[in-house]
Design a protein around this ligand. Structure first.
Ligand code: ATP
Length: 236
């Protein structure tokens, strides 16, 4: 079942067009990845889907409903949750306070205690450090906190923008282990990653972006074998 469908999306910044008629689908319970060179429009796509920048043309359907022009808070209330590039934590607030900020919907607030137990179970390290200021966490812990905060909103679709950025190789592996666990729990996710090799290894389906368009798409395993992808993104 298609949970989110983006049809012929165009958008950009000011007069500058970045997305040129982009279409993709997220299937429920599947992990989909967007890969592409720097500047190909991956982050811009997430921002336009979330409503952080305005879609110029095209349509976005979520669960059969046209959500193209809804503002970000309405999309978040429906369960579209973004873990932004660079994490954007409240660094002067504690781990637990950051998690409280994540419970953005009435539904999520009502289940705050349960959800807190759930994320502390997923990230025991955050439980140990619940009273520590977020700004004093290590880079890897901060990334985990950014994901945990998003989970506190009870996402129906989780968008992850470059979650491995700035992490050591070991922490990158930990992160992908977490992504695998979330996938095993049936969460629908869209992953944007520089680490194309790992992204294709965990994903079900992949879209390759180039110049704000989808250049190639297919099951992740098939995309990983594609000669163009191997040369351009996997260094093979
Ligand atoms: P990266 O992997 O480098 O983050 P990306 O595929 O996510 O790349 P985007 O961040 O979507 O690419 O950027 C696409 C284009 O939009 C780039 O040419 C970038 O310079 C431009 N761009 C991004 N943000 C802005 C902005 N706020 N104002 C103007 N142009 C922008």
């Amino acid at each position: 079942m298609t949970l989110l469908e983006v049809r012929d999306l165009t958008s950009g910044y000011g007069e500058v067009q970045i997305l040129w008629g982009l279409s993709f689908r997220l299937e429920a319970g599947r992990l989909t990845t967007l890969i592409g060179a720097n500047g190909s429009g991956k982050t811009t796509t997430l921002r336009a889907v979330m409503g952080l920048i305005r879609p110029w043309r095209g349509a976005i359907f979520f669960d059969g409903q046209d959500i193209t022009l809804l503002p970000p808070h309405r999309k978040a209330a429906m369960g579209l949750i973004l873990v932004p590039e660079g994490r954007q934590l409240f660094t002067d607030m504690t781990v637990q306070e950051n998690l409280e900020m994540g419970a953005v919907t009435g539904r999520a607030r009502a289940r705050f205690r349960q959800n807190l137990d759930y994320v502390f179970d997923l990230f025991p390290r955050l439980k140990e450090r619940r009273h520590q200021k977020a700004g004093t966490l290590s880079g890897g812990e901060q990334q985990m906190l950014a994901i945990a905060r998003a989970l506190m909103a009870e996402p129906r679709v989780l968008f992850l923008d470059e979650p491995s950025l700035g992490l050591s190789p070991l922490l990158v592996l930990n992160l992908f282990e977490v992504i695998r666990r979330l996938k095993a729990q049936g969460l629908t996710m869209l992953l944007v990653e520089q680490n194309v090799h790992l992204a294709l290894a965990v994903s079900d389906y992949a879209y390759v972006l180039s110049g704000g368009r989808v250049e190639l798409e297919g099951p992740a395993r098939q995309i990983a074998r594609d000669d163009r992808v191997r040369q351009a993104y996997l260094g093979l």
